[in-house]
Design a protein around this ligand. Structure first.
Ligand SMILES: *Cc1c(COP(=O)(O)O)cnc(C)c1O
Length: 387
C-alpha cells in the first residue's frame, strides 16, 4: 500500500481489555458490509439494526434503549427537536380526511402545526379545554384518529386526567399521545397509563444544559414504531451523534437535577403564593388546577412554574425583568440557568378566565445557589409590586 492509501485505511487495533463508562460517539453516513451478500440483503435488516447513518448509529441506539427503559416502553425514536417529535407522531397517524383533538393548553407550536401544516393538507383539528377528562367523548367525531395531550399544560399548568381520556379513546379505537416534557419519565410514565405515544423535548431536562435540541417518542407497539420510522425516513430526519452524546451525558445527572429543581421550586412557590397578591400555577400546590390528579398519578414536581401577574404590575414588568441578576430572560427551560419568560395565553384559550387577560410569568428554577435564586426573586417581586 502506498501512503495515500495508508492514510485512509484504518488499521484494526486490539480492543481487548478496553472498557469505559462513556458511550462512544459513532459518527457515520456510510455503513459498510462485510460481504456482497449482506449488502444485497441490507433492505431486510430490521429497524434496530444499521443500514445508513441517517437511521442511527450505536450511539443513538444507546439513547433509544435508555429512554425506552425509563418510559417502560418497547421502542423509542430520536428526532432533531421536541417540535419534530410532535410533528412525526401526527404525521405517522393522520391521513387526509382524519381529525386530531389537541389540548388547547398544548405547546403552542404543536397547535400551530395542526393549523398551518395539517389543516391545509386536509387533516382537521379541534382543541379541547383543560380538565376535560371523560367529557372529551363529546368532542370525538367519526374522523378522530388521535388525541394529543399535554400535562401539565403549557404556561397554565393544568394537570389532565390522562387515564380517563385514554379510557374514552380506547373505547373508540383512537390513539393517544402526550407531551411529557415537564414531568420527564422520572415523574410520570404515560405508557403505564395506556397512552400510545410518550413524547418529550430532550432539549429540556434530559439534555439539561441549554446547548442542544432533540426530541423522542416512546411506544409499546412495534407497528407504531415502524410508522414513525417510515415517516422519518421519507422526511430525511437525522439526529447528529455528537448531539446525542450530549444528551447521554445530561441524562446521567437528570434525576438529581430534576429532584433538586423541584424541591427548590416547591419552596419558592409556597413563598410566592403566601404573598397573597398573585396566583401561582404549579401542580404541587393544592390551589393549582388538577392538583389532586397530580397527587394520584405523578411521582413529584419539576422546577417549572408560572405566576399570574396582577395587571396593575404590567407597567413595571420590563424594568423588573431588566434588573434581574441571577435569572436570565428566555424561553427554553430545564437547564442549569434559572429563567423567566413572560407569556400570554388568551389566543389559545376557548373559555374566559380572568388570568387569560394577564401576563403569566413562566419561571424555570436552575442549579444556582438557592439563596441567590431567592434573593433575585425577592428583589424582582419588591420592584414589580411596589405601589
Ligand atoms: C420546548 C418544548 C417543546 C419543543 O421542544 P424543542 O426541542 O424546543 O422543539 C415541546 N413541548 C414542550 C412542553 C416544550 O416545553
Amino acid at each position: 500500500m502506498r501512503d495515500a492509501t495508508k492514510a485512509i485505511l484504518h488499521p484494526a487495533i486490539n480492543e481487548d481489555g478496553y472498557a469505559a463508562l462513556t458511550v462512544p460517539t459513532h459518527r457515520a453516513s456510510t455503513i459498510v458490509f462485510t460481504n456482497a451478500q449482506s449488502y444485497a440483503k441490507r433492505g431486510q435488516r430490521d429497524l434496530d439494526n444499521y443500514s445508513y447513518g441517517m437511521h442511527g448509529t450505536p450511539t443513538q441506539r444507546v439513547l433509544e434503549a435508555q429512554l425506552t427503559a425509563l418510559e417502560n416502553g418497547q421502542r423509542t425514536v430520536i428526532v432533531p427537536s421536541g417540535q419534530a417529535a410532535i410533528a412525526i407522531v401526527m404525521l405517522s397517524v393522520l391521513q387526509t380526511g382524519d381529525h386530531v383533538l389537541i389540548a388547547e393548553t398544548a405547546y403552542p407550536p404543536a397547535i400551530g402545526f395542526c393549523k398551518n401544516f395539517l389543516a391545509p393538507r386536509g387533516i382537521s383539528y379541534s382543541t379541547y379545554a383543560p380538565g376535560i377528562g371523560a367529557d372529551i367523548e363529546a368532542q370525538i367525531t367519526d374522523q378522530t384518529r388521535l388525541i394529543w395531550m399535554e400535562s401539565p399544560g403549557s404556561t397554565t399548568m393544568e394537570v389532565e386526567d390522562v387515564p380517563a381520556i385514554v379510557k374514552v379513546a380506547k373505547k373508540h379505537g383512537i390513539l393517544t399521545g402526550i407531551d411529557n416534557t415537564w414531568a420527564t419519565p422520572l415523574l410520570f410514565k404515560p405508557l403505564d397509563h395506556g397512552v400510545d405515544f410518550s413524547m418529550q423535548a430532550l432539549t429540556k431536562y434530559p439534555s439539561g444544559h441549554s446547548d442542544v435540541l432533540m426530541g423522542s417518542v416512546t411506544v409499546n407497539d412495534l407497528g407504531l414504531r415502524k410508522n414513525l420510522r417510515d415517516q422519518m425516513r421519507m422526511l430525511g430526519m437525522h439526529t447528529a451523534p455528537d448531539a446525542i452524546s450530549l444528551v447521554l451525558r445530561g441524562l446521567e445527572t437528570m434525576a438529581l437535577r430534576v429532584a433538586h429543581s423541584g424541591r427548590i421550586a416547591g419552596d419558592i412557590v409556597t413563598k410566592i403564593a403566601a404573598r397573597g397578591d398573585c396566583e401561582v400555577l404549579y401542580p404541587g400546590l393544592a390551589s393549582s388546577p388538577g392538583h389532586d390528579i397530580w397527587k394520584r398519578d405523578f411521582n413529584g414536581a419539576s422546577g417549572l412554574f408560572s405566576v399570574v401577574l396582577p395587571t396593575a404590575w404590567d407597567a413595571r414588568l420590563d424594568d423588573a425583568l431588566n434588573a434581574l441578576e441571577v435569572f436570565s430572560i428566555g424561553a427554553s427551560w430545564g437547564g442549569t440557568h434559572s429563567l423567566m419568560a413572560p407569556m400570554t395565553v388568551k389566543e389559545h384559550r376557548s373559555a374566559t378566565h380572568p388570568r387569560n387577560d394577564c401576563t403569566i410569568l413562566r419561571i424555570s428554577i436552575g442549579l444556582e445557589d438557592p439563596a441567590d435564586i431567592r434573593a433575585d426573586l425577592d428583589a424582582f417581586f419588591n420592584r414589580i409590586s411596589r405601589t
